[in-house]
Design a protein around this ligand. Structure first.
Ligand code: AMP
Length: 443
């Protein structure tokens, strides 16, 4: 469906057309008309499905309709809350580019960068504010902004906002915005915590669910390579080098592990940068910029990059370690296969990660393809666990089953024969005994 048919004004549908968006994605098709109609929406949609445009385009249209008079200072009329700095920067940029033909002002505020430039922007007047909860609260405490004119409140990746422990901030912010407003909630999973959100914001939203996992599975080829933990770095480096991959995003579970893996890859000759929460904001921005521009071959990152990193053609994502939270797996692999492109997500899984893998499969509702990388097969896990997933395993298992049945049959036959023999012997003994009895009686 075209954006024009969804009811967007020419300033918006021509702009998205220039950005190469020819058709609306499923989440856009469902959400845009609802938001234009003033409805509260709770949408479950995977990152990479075009959800930013799904709320940003109708918000721009609604606000542009009631543009502020030239001389009055702009007030924040739409507030978009996001969990991470990276996502804030990304969403801020998207809103700016979607709204370039409209006379609206937007900006993104997040931590890790200087306060003053943000304060100055806020002073000049903003229509749409994108913010992380922490930095927003800091500005509120300093009296830099007023939320009393907010008409539309958006929680993007609300499940993640809660996972990051921002509940108190959310309660405070929800009390500062007018009760009469439009609320839009986006999350990856419709978890209990998201329900808590809608209760807090006292809305009865229209639910929109996009079949994320199915779509993702179609676009992203997912493979699990089982290997031993102490072989992972060597396998990672060999895989990237031997397959000649030029833009690979590698996820680790911890910052220490990101440093370790990044240094190993750099030493083995692969141009690598590291991205995690201990790095200064300028370093994080530079790492992302260099990676997007193709100046470096590998970016090793913690889950900080699993959201808000938008590179249209990222072909390969490798999970050096599975994430602690199964949902983060979906976010991570969502960094590839974006905007209709195909992608590949590989996970290096050792035996200690078996239970996390099961949790991920439960969330995805299907089993993942398990393979071995020649020369890096794990010592013990192969036989027991991995066979369960592979075709080879299936054949071997059914062979084993047949052997077992055959053995059973042979065993049963033997038993039957033994029983028969024993019975025969017993009858003969009985006969012999009774003969002996008769002869003694005769005597
Ligand atoms: P998001 O889920 O908002 O992070 O968007 C994922 C990617 O899809 C971004 O690179 C968007 O620019 C792109 N995108 C969003 N909507 C469309 C569309 N209708 N057609 C093509 N690309 C899109």
């Amino acid at each position: 469906m075209s954006f024009e048919k969804l009811g967007l004004v020419p300033e918006l549908f021509t702009t998205v057309g220039e950005l190469g968006y020819t058709k609306a994605t499923p989440v856009q098709k469902k959400v845009i008309p609802l938001v234009l109609d003033g409805k509260d929406v709770m949408a479950t949609a995977q990152t990479g499905t075009g959800k930013t445009a799904a709320y940003a385009l109708p918000i721009l249209q609604l606000l542009a309709k009631k543009e502020t008079k030239e001389k009055t200072k702009r007030a924040i009329r739409a507030l978009v809350l996001v969990p991470t700095r990276e996502l804030a920067a990304q969403v801020g940029k998207s809103i700016e580019s979607y709204g370039k033909k409209l006379k609206l002002q937007s900006c993104a505020i997040y931590g890790g960068v200087k306060f003053t430039p943000q304060t100055k922007k806020l002073e000049r007047g903003i229509d749409i504010l994108v913010a992380t909860p922490g930095r927003l609260m800091e500005h509120i405490k300093q009296g830099n902004l007023n939320l009393s004119k907010v008409e539309i409140l958006v929680f993007d990746e609300s499940d993640r906002i809660l996972d990051m422990g921002f509940w108190e901030e959310i309660v405070t912010i929800s009390q500062m915005v007018p009760q009469k407003r439009q609320t839009l909630l986006f999350s990856v999973e419709q978890s209990k915590s998201v329900k808590r959100f809608s209760e807090l914001t006292s809305i009865k939203p229209i639910n929109v669910t996009i079949n994320n996992q199915g779509d993702l599975a179609k676009k992203v080829k997912q493979t699990i390579y089982v290997c031993d933990q102490d072989k992972k770095t060597a396998l990672l480096s060999f895989m990237i080098g031997s397959r000649n991959w030029h833009q690979v995003l590698v996820f680790t579970k911890t910052r220490a592990s990101a440093d370790e893996v990044g240094e190993y890859l750099e030493k083995s000759g692969l141009k690598t940068l590291i991205l995690h929460g201990d790095k200064a904001h300028s370093q994080r921005t530079k790492a992302l910029k260099d990676f997007k521009a193709g100046n470096i071959r590998v970016l090793v990152a913690t889950d900080i990059a699993s959201r808000g990193l938008d590179i249209e053609d990222l072909p390969h994502v490798i999970n050096y370690e599975l994430p602690g939270d199964a949902e983060d797996y979906i976010h991570r692999i969502g960094r590839t296969g974006r905007a209709g492109n195909e992608g590949e997500a590989i996970s290096l899984v050792c035996k200690e990660e078996k239970s996390v893998l099961k949790e991920i499969e439960r969330l995805l509702k299907y089993a993942l393809q398990v393979e071995f990388f020649e020369g890096y097969e794990p010592k013990d896990w192969i036989e027991k666990e991995a066979r369960k997933h592979t075709l080879r395993g299936k054949i071997e298992r059914s062979q084993e089953k047949r052997n077992k049945t055959a053995n059973n049959v042979v065993g049963m036959r033997k038993k039957k024969a033994n029983d028969k023999n024993a019975q025969k012997k017993a009858t003969m003994k009985k006969r012999k005994n009774s003969k002996m009895k008769v002869s003694t009686q005769k005597k």
